[in-house]
Design a protein around this ligand. Structure first.
Ligand code: PGA
Length: 257
């Protein structure tokens, strides 16, 4: 972590928990003590639980995220949910481009960009996920993949538009081979990937790179969070499986200081 950036600890609950279970989990997260004065906490329940969890989190330090969004505001898009609808449900954040969306549901670099535009237009903060697959890592093209996924977010934009898009954007570096597998990236590898992403943004767009938060995700647990968070370019973590256990998630939050 770097003292100029606020740590962000995000829990991605994926397709787990009923409405009442989600409310109970959210209350447990909100009860976490002590929490560092600058640490931001966000949880991402399933869509059906958003309004109930929003109510449970009112007046707490825990922010609410959706796991996905559609880029149109409304219309004949059966099964989709828009940014203004997420806002109406109480979300301030949304994940975008999670590798499960990319791999299982046809999310592309192009749709990720459209979703970022939609979130920004409605004042929601995106957490945009990038990361290489095992095959890509073994082929030695990790950084090519990260560059492609990152550059696609600002493709076709002017300098000022790019900086506006990147301001407040959170990037989550999640190596696909580390998600849900129990295999975490070495903290030095995570640091290298984060520094690569930040340097790329700095080279192209200047100092916005230094305020941009970059989270690590992929088998983060209470036992490895502190070491990951000690890296200078790791500004927080995006936690899947371990965020479903409130005691373990509390320890991860506390590892941020
Ligand atoms: P995991 O998932 O912590 O269960 O590996 C992380 C994620 O997919 O965001």
């Amino acid at each position: 972590m770097n003292p100029t950036r606020r740590p962000l600890i995000a829990g991605n609950w994926k397709m787990h928990r009923t409405v009442s279970e989600s409310v109970a989990l959210a209350r447990a997260v909100a009860d976490t003590r002590p929490v560092g004065p600058r640490t931001d906490i966000v949880v991402a329940p399933v869509f059906t639980a958003l309004t109930a969890v929003a109510k449970a989190l009112e007046g707490t330090r825990v922010g609410l995220a959706a796991q996905n969004v559609y880029f149109e505001d409304q219309g004949a898009f059966t099964g989709e949910i828009s940014a203004p609808m997420l806002k109406d449900a109480g979300c301030a954040w949304s994940l975008v481009g999670h590798s499960e969306r990319r791999q299982l549901f046809g999310e592309t670099d192009g749709t990720v960009q459209k979703k970022l535009f939609a979130l920004k237009k409605h004042g929601l903060a995106p957490i945009a996920c990038v990361g290489e697959t095992l095959a890509e890592r073994e082929a030695g093209i990790t950084y090519d993949v990260l560059r492609r996924q990152l550059d696609a977010m600002t493709a076709g934009l002017e300098m000022e538009e790019s900086i506006a898009l990147l301001t407040g954007l959170v990037i989550a570096y999640e190596p696909v081979w580390a998600i849900g597998t129990g295999r975490t990236a070495k903290s030095s590898d995570a640091q290298s990937a984060h520094a690569f992403l930040r340097d790329r943004v700095r080279d192209r767009f200047g100092e916005v790179a230094d305020t941009m938060r970059i989270l690590y995700g992929g088998s983060v647990k209470a036992d490895n969070a502190a070491e990951l968070l000690a890296q200078p370019d790791v500004d927080g973590v995006l936690v899947g499986g371990a965020s479903l256990d409130p005691a373990g998630f509390a320890r991860i939050i506390q590892a941020a200081g």
